[in-house]
Design a protein. Structure first.
Ligand code: PA5
Length: 449
């Protein structure tokens, strides 16, 4: 099981501080399990892995097998919580180099509005057999909406109607939204996102599971890992016994001690997208009511040669959480080099994983000495089971941490502001007045120096 080690958090967080915060932790955990917290209508994620729907799981696996056999490409269309979890698992668990992967190549669209990328993708898919998984809980999000239009248009121009519907899988709300209506009208294959599971908490629903299964990930094992962690969290509600609670409490104490920025440091490039998922989960859950820890991330050792300088020596308002995989999949020994021209001969015969480990150990001490408290989450292995544990660990931790902060961790009212402006500027009917006011403001900006 995932293990948290935090000996380098003192003096900001010590045993006395943890003891003092325990009653508050107990209170919010109670609220969480009694369903009496802010956002209590969105607690579906809490017991989700414990209520595994084996019929749905089999359906996902069956469809994924078919797609793996038949398709050249599988295109995931979604944004935010409707794509980051799948991508985190796919990048995290698949071979790093595309040529070493099996099954269809997996592409992503609908997570931005870049015309160059869309044009290139539309050129790339020409003549290839592809399936589209369009994922949107609301069914009305602009970025995936436009991307899906582009792909549907392409499918319709290249295939007969009967074939088009076989190539589209819609993952959406069971009760509302344009995507649900389209899935029903056109007869697309459909998967459901439970109403009480928010986007960023949906990685263990078909939102994440279908793309993962198409990538060849053992989603049964992932759900087992998540279920184990869910059981552990429910049965161990004190800091001493539950590392997810300890993590939530520690980061809350660090925030109160004047450290409002958390950097997730990953020591394997495979985990870079996991860090993206984590940033969304924590940023959207906690950053509200003018409060919250700002979540950032670094890939290591890469970023020790860029942001490392700042972390060591810049403003002292940071703390770090390292993600360390204890057991690499493969061994690589550093070779001898005759004459030792690079003077690295003292490393000959050592494992590359050992070098990475010493880099982490040295960094922990250096950053602490420079005033950046840090803790480390140890993940036994990079496999589906441990990813399941990790996904649940962070979901549980952010719920507790958000409640400790006094916010509703399950809503995201701030996301609406840009959408409102964008729709008005794009000329949505009924928004003419808003559009005029915004254009006036923008004119002043355009005219300024
Ligand atoms: O966590 C969230 O709720 C958001 O990040 C959503 O996942 C994101 O905005 C996409 O929404 P939808 O699935 O409705 O298209």
């Amino acid at each position: 099981m995932i293990k948290l080690k935090m000996p380098l958090l003192a003096p900001e967080v010590d045993a006395a501080a943890l003891k003092a915060v325990q009653p508050a932790v107990r209170r919010v955990v109670d609220q969480l399990y009694k369903g009496r917290c802010p956002g209590s209508d969105m607690l579906g994620w809490r017991d989700l892995p414990l209520k595994e729907d084996s019929a749905e799981l089999r359906q996902i696996q069956k469809l994924a097998r078919k797609i793996r056999q038949k398709a050249d490409l599988f295109i995931v269309v979604g944004i935010g919580g409707s794509y980051l979890g799948a991508r985190a698992a796919i990048e995290g668990l698949s071979p790093a180099l595309p040529g070493n992967r099996s099954g269809p190549e997996i592409l992503f669209l609908g997570n931005h509005l870049d015309a160059d990328y869309a044009a290139e993708l539309l050129r790339y898919i020409k003549g290839k057999k592809y399936y589209v998984n369009v994922i949107s809980k609301s069914g009305t999000t602009t970025e995936p909406g436009i991307a899906f239009r582009l792909l549907l248009d392409h499918l319709r121009r290249t295939l007969p109607a009967k074939k088009v519907k076989e190539r589209v899988i819609a993952t959406t709300s069971p009760v509302k939204g344009a995507l649900l209506a389209m899935a029903e009208e056109f007869g697309f294959h459909k998967f459901i996102i439970p109403e009480d599971v928010g986007g960023r908490f949906s990685v263990l629903t078909p939102v994440g599971l279908l793309p993962m299964a198409v990538a060849g990930i053992d989603i049964g094992k992932m759900l087992k890992g998540a279920a184990g962690m869910a059981r552990h969290c429910s049965e161990n509600r004190t800091l001493g016994k539950n590392d997810a609670l300890k993590y939530a409490a520690a980061r809350h104490l660090l925030y109160l001690a004047g450290k409002p920025i958390e950097i997730l440091g990953v020591w394997n490039p495979a985990l870079l997208y996991l860090a993206e998922w984590w940033k969304q989960l924590f940023g959207e859950s906690e950053g509200k009511d003018k409060k919250g820890i700002f979540p950032a991330s670094v890939g290591l050792t890469t970023d020790l040669h860029s942001l490392g300088q700042y972390i060591q020596d810049g403003r002292r308002d940071l703390f770090e959480t390292f993600l360390v995989i204890d057991k690499n999949r493969r061994k690589v020994a550093i070779p001898e080099l005759e004459g030792d021209p690079d003077q690295l001969g003292f490393l000959a015969g050592q494992q590359l994983a050992f070098a990475n480990q010493q880099a982490w150990r040295g960094t922990m001490l250096a950053h602490r000495a420079g005033g950046t408290p840090n803790m480390t989450l140890h993940i036994g292995k990079r496999d589906a089971f441990h990813f399941g544990e990790l996904f649940y660990f962070f979901e549980f931790a952010v719920a507790v941490s958000g409640l400790l902060l006094g916010v509703n961790p399950f809503d995201q009212p701030g996301v609406e502001a840009y959408k409102k402006n964008m729709f008005a500027l794009l000329g949505e009917p009924g928004r003419e007045e808003e559009r005029r006011a915004l254009e006036e403001q923008l004119l002043k900006i355009d005219d300024s120096e």
